[in-house]
Ligand binder design. Structure first.
Ligand SMILES: Cc1ncc(COP(=O)(O)O)c(C=O)c1O
Length: 389
């Protein structure tokens, strides 16, 4: 008889699936999922095509830890942008997207019964990953409207059982980029309590205005206790490739590698070859990428404000959190369903990215993605204007 295991029985269908289906049904502009509607750089895609067609070796298993060229490119990128010295052989590991990287980090460094601190709202795979591994989550919320944590709440979350904290900066969904002061407090607590940081930095190149991305590994004494995760998806607009990586001190990476070899063993070989090419693109690529996204952020920020929502323009990522309480009476799920079916713009209700205890903090918020063509964002703006009327 068909049977669902207890460990997944409580998961249900993700909110992304529900909103995507609703958006399709109502022909809504989908600003829900962070999925660009444009392609990555042509030369990066060409590098993958060349690998597929002209490199027979690339169509077979790559080394489990990733190709040596990509691991070197990961180490070079960390040195070029952050002045970090990473061992390309023992300090870098290629995974099936950041999603697998985070799961392998958890499996490889945290034991059943340990505690892991989650900053809320959190990326949706973190909690199920902890549940799979029998680990207890301890929540620290970011408070609206500034989306900052209370230092005392953070301090109180560290106990003798804390083994790791999962950090995400620039932060999905709030668009926050943690400041040096915030990063230093987290680092100090991790050192005091001997805690590992799993630092999800997939939006490292999506930074606006004066914000500066500070990798946790660059703080004094943190390289040896930080596993840095990133991926191709966001920085190169190829979310479908699912190539990610982890880098850190070889001793820390050892556990992650042991988990990875039995989670996926290895990641798509042709895409790894193209990823090495992408990471070596000149600085101008990253500057143009930021300029393109700054314009998109401004476009959607003014459209949301024009529709009567309260918005703090994000400092990073390609998401905006907007407070709809001036234009709609109801909770975030009701608003997302209404906006999708009646106004024709899909967004994500963010309470699902919080624990039950703290979900009320996002009850009047909606998350919008702006990784879309300008014409689509403009059309979304036209539709959203109907809200304020
Ligand atoms: C914060 C965060 N981490 C990880 C991921 C997943 O990255 P990947 O597609 O490389 O698995 C995402 C994707 O949306 C994300 O927003």
């Amino acid at each position: 008889m068909a049977r669902i295991a207890n460990r997944v029985a409580g998961f249900g269908t993700t909110i992304f699936t529900e909103i995507n289906e609703l958006a399709l049904q109502h022909k809504a502009i989908n600003l829900g999922q962070g999925r660009p509607d444009f392609d990555g750089p042509a030369e990066v895609i060409q590098a993958a095509v060349d690998a597929l067609l002209h490199n027979a070796n690339a169509n077979q298993y790559p080394p489990g830890a990733g190709t040596s060229t990509l691991r070197k490119a990961i180490a070079d990128h960390a040195s070029r942008f952050y002045n970090l010295e990473i061992d390309p052989v023992k300090g870098a590991l290629v995974t099936a997207g950041a999603t697998e990287a985070i799961f392998s980090c958890i499996l490889g460094t945290v034991d059943r019964g340990d505690e892991v601190i989650l900053i809320e709202p959190y990326f949706d795979s973190y909690l199920p990953n902890l549940i799979f591994a029998g680990i207890t989550p301890v929540y620290v919320p970011l408070h609206p409207p500034t989306w900052t944590f209370d230092p005392d709440e953070l301090r109180a979350a560290f106990t003798s059982k804390t083994r790791a904290i999962i950090l995400n900066t620039p932060q999905n969904p709030t668009g926050r980029v943690f400041t040096m002061e915030e990063m230093t407090l987290i680092a100090d607590l991790c050192k005091e309590h001997d805690v590992t940081v799993i630092s999800d930095e997939v939006y490292e190149h999506l930074i606006f205005d004066d914000a500066r991305h500070i990798p946790m590994a660059t703080l004094p004494g943190m390289l040896e206790r930080t596993l840095t995760v990133s991926s191709m998806g966001k920085s190169f607009s190829v979310t479908g490739w699912k190539i990610g990586w982890v880098y850190g001190a070889p001793e820390l990476l050892e556990g992650v590698s042991r988990a990875h070899q039995f989670v996926t063993f290895s990641a798509n070989h042709p895409a790894q070859i193209a990823a090495a090419h992408a990471l070596s693109l000149p600085g101008t690529y990253f500057e143009e990428f930021q300029a393109m996204y700054t314009a998109k952020r401004d476009l959607l920020t003014s459209a949301l404000k024009n529709a009567g929502m309260k918005v703090n323009a994000p400092e990073g990522t390609y998401f905006i959190m907007a407070d709809f309480s001036d234009v709609f009476d109801g909770d975030d799920l009701e608003f997302a369903r209404y906006l999708t079916s009646e106004i024709g713009v899909a967004c994500i209700p963010p309470t699902g990215f919080f624990s039950t205890e703290h979900a009320h903090m996002a009850a009047t918020q909606a998350r919008f993605a702006f990784c879309k063509s300008d014409s689509l964002l403009q059309e979304a703006g036209n539709r959203l204007a109907r809200l304020s009327r």
